[in-house]
Write a protein that binds this ligand. Structure first.
Ligand SMILES: Cc1cc2nc3c(=O)[nH]c(=O)nc-3n(C[C@H](O)[C@H](O)[C@H](O)COP(=O)(O)OP(=O)(O)OC[C@H]3O[C@@H](n4cnc5c(N)ncnc54)[C@H](O)[C@@H]3O)c2cc1C
Length: 474
């Protein structure tokens, strides 16, 4: 029989096996729903294959080399050798272990797995084209569908990712032979994380950014700490410039940028990494064929239960809008699966943390001081610098601070901003505080292990109430 003749039925069809889709599929199956998960590429989506995990693997490996090279203050002398090809092998092992884990978990939970590209025919049928010649296609009739098709890097005119010297973030994560000179276009979180990786490999990194600073969206005193460290690493920044073209020049390339007055600058490089943001992927699925509305950027609008404008179709993760983060995708996936199963689930946007794995890390959750004021609160602020933390000093990483934003009268935590060592881990305590409606008093009176970085969270809470012991109250 030709595969194209087959039509099967499923209660829940999930399109996309990234952290939004595979988590949704597992939870739907756990709820007893007959669930089919389809992906045209690899289990784990962008996050496991081309995003969070490979980038963090390279960040950790280059941190080891950088820390060893700079530990003379601690009396440690080392001259580590980086073998980028072996680093890639190790990274690939980490990715393989996780992606095969996703496949096993899906199977163990009874999810039907299909490889292929899904396209909606209408609001209850999808066609799955299996990759490769002669592989054919099949039809699936579904009661509910969850769209989790993710996002891809934005391209800028004149910089085609198919051209060899032009890298997307995905290309940059696979490099076995680092270039001598790298030009990075964009100082958002992906541009900054990867610039740091390459600088720590010994690559001469230059960043051009259209705006007037790094990491738009973060407060100045937060991004300043990261910028200072990036300056120390030798990364060269050029703000207020947009990349306009590149040409070959001998063995390398020359990239031209323009400022807002049309003034041009040129940069020599071997490769150019374009990291100017990501855009949703939805066109191959043809959501409109199912009646699902897509905005002019390709995003699918959803409510707090991940529902689209079509009753039985849900959308989760990057395709459903900002913040484009793996944990937001997974949480939405769980909500969609539970709503389909008839449970009273909904997404609470206020306690979604975000982390940037630069050196040092940044992590935030909830409101900043300005956002709290805008929302009508009279916030009180507590701050604790890592230079006053015994643990931070003993690890040689004492730049940055923990800041907590709280409500003046009722004392509950509204938000937090952390820049410094292990910020991505420390933010979990304050995320839980917001989720539980905890007060500063709750955080401050919780006994924290000594000596740990987490004590800085307790101290910041004490500081907000003018009860700090290890820093002056403000
Ligand atoms: C370099 C980099 C670093 C990152 N670091 C972090 C981080 O540290 N923390 C964090 O939270 N986030 C990070 N992200 C973002 C994170 O990867 C995304 O937010 C997350 O992957 C979104 O999950 P998703 O399930 O929505 O989509 P994706 O992970 O993009 O998965 C979508 C899947 O859908 C499949 N698909 C698409 N269309 C179809 C179709 N028509 N038929 C079948 N299959 C289809 C794709 O093949 C893909 O596997 C990073 C991203 C990048 C690029």
């Amino acid at each position: 029989m030709v595969v194209g003749d087959v039509t099967t039925g499923t209660e829940v069809l999930v399109v996309g096996a990234g952290p939004g889709g595979y988590v949704a599929a597992i939870r739907a199956a756990q709820n007893g729903l007959d669930t089919t998960l389809v992906d045209r590429d690899a289990y784990g989506g962008t996050c496991l294959n081309y995003g969070c995990i490979p980038s963090k693997a390279l960040i950790s490996a280059t941190d080891v080399a950088h820390d060893a090279r700079n530990a003379e203050e601690m009396g440690v002398y080392a001259d580590p050798l980086i073998r980028a090809d072996e680093m890639q092998e190790w990274k690939a092992g980490v990715v393989d272990q996780l992606t095969s884990g996703v496949e096993k978990l899906c199977k163990a939970n009874g999810v039907n797995l299909i490889e292929g590209e899904a396209t909606f025919v209408d609001d209850s049928t999808a066609r799955i084209a299996h990759g490769g010649e002669g592989q054919g296609s099949e039809s699936i009739e579904f009661e509910h569908a969850i769209v989790a098709t993710g996002s891809r890097p934005i391209q800028i005119p004149g910089f085609e990712y198919a051209d060899d010297p032009v890298w997307s973030s995905r290309d940059a994560l696979d490099v076995e032979e680092p270039p001598e000179k790298l030009l990075v276009v964009g100082a958002g979180y992906i541009g900054m994380e990867l610039s740091t990786v390459f600088a720590k490999m010994g690559v001469d990194v230059t960043v051009v950014e259209m705006l007037d600073g790094i990491l738009p969206g973060y407060e100045d005193d937060v991004s300043r700490v990261v910028k200072k460290r990036a300056d120390d690493l030798g990364i060269d920044f050029n703000f207020g410039e947009a990349a306009s073209e590149w040409v070959e020049d001998g063995d390398g390339i020359v990239v031209t940028t323009e400022d807002e007055d049309g003034e041009e600058s040129t940069y020599d490089a071997d490769k150019v990494l374009v990291a100017v943001g990501r855009q949703p992927v939805s066109e191959s699925l043809d959501p409109e064929a199912a009646g699902v509305e897509v905005d002019e950027h390709g995003f699918i609008a959803t409510d707090d239960q991940a529902r689209t404008n079509v009753d039985n179709i849900y959308a989760v993760g990057d395709v459903a809008g900002e913040p484009m983060l793996a944990h937001k995708a997974s949480k939405e996936g769980i909500v969609a699966a539970e709503v389909i199963a008839g449970e009273p689930a909904a997404l609470d946007q206020q306690a979604i943390p975000a982390a940037v794995f630069t050196d040092p890390e940044i992590a935030t959750v909830g409101m900043t001081e300005a956002e709290a004021e805008e929302a009508g609160f009279e916030p009180k602020i507590g701050q604790f610098p890592f230079r006053a933390s015994g643990r931070a000093l003993s690890t040689g990483e004492s730049e940055g601070f923990v800041r907590i934003v709280a409500e003046q009268e009722a004392d509950f935590v509204l938000g937090a901003q952390i820049v410094g060592p292990e910020a991505s881990e420390l933010i979990a305590e304050l995320t839980l505080a917001i989720e539980m409606g905890a007060t500063l008093e709750d955080v401050a009176s919780t006994v924290h292990t000594h000596p740990t970085l987490a004590e800085a969270v307790m101290e910041a809470a004490e500081n907000a109430n003018d009860e700090a012991i290890h820093t002056l109250n403000r």
